[in-house]
Design a protein around this ligand. Sequence first.
Ligand code: ADP
Length: 264
Amino acid sequence: IFIIIGLGSMGLAFFGSLFLADKALIPIKEAWEKQKSFVADASHELRTPLSSIRTNLEVVLDNTEESVESQRKWLNNILFENKRMSKLVDDLLLLARADSKQENMIMIPFSLDRAIAEAVSPLEPIAAKKGIEIDMQLHDQISLAGDESHIKQLIVILVDNAIKYSAANGLVEVELNNHSSYAEILVSDTGEGIKEEEKAKIFERFYRVDKARSRESGGSGLGLSIAQWIAREHGGSISVSSGKIKGSVFKVTLPKNQSKKRKK
Ligand code: ADP
């Protein structure tokens, strides 16, 4: 009887450990697969501007007889692709540091309404070029303990997208509301909007509804993943819905209570 009980418990322990090991293996496998596709996507995204730079350089070198004016066109293309690549590399480095928990948030109380105004102001001339008006409704003065520069980065991503994905003469609204336990930031536009089935996907790394459109405007497809990471690091969230008539509304909530922060 003792031998049977002994063998039985050894068997249970053996299969139990296999089961646990298997359970532990699944997330590791998933993380590995994610990492592999991230590296593949990143390489692909870097290859595109690189080959464009090369083609434009070859055209300049092969056409030395051309006027300075027409050469300037090719050089401008090179500059555009170079800026796109730098932005992509910056975004990739930030996400890599975020994944390995090396990107630290410095949580200090700051004025959220002032930070929003400061983040939006440099974007106004870019909007004006498209005849887009930015209407800021910073209803309340809110002091928030958070990382000011990352929160500004989040605002820039949302407002920059609102401008990029709007037709000429649209309206972008930035609203700040004070709730008892959290601050709410709304960024709405009168642009093309986002289809229901795309709404969850746009927060995934490299996901773009219209790749060509995003590329044309210098997009890397990483902005919203970075915005979501910043909101979550503050214990908050980000979501998107459709505008009343057209366009999109991005909503960011940031808890004011320190103890609720950094919940995943
Ligand atoms: P990108 O660099 O392409 O703008 P993002 O991660 O910021 O990358 O956004 C992902 C995709 O979500 C965009 O390519 C675009 O298709 C869609 N998107 C983001 N913001 C808006 C918006 N305000 N209106 C319409 N589509 C948007």
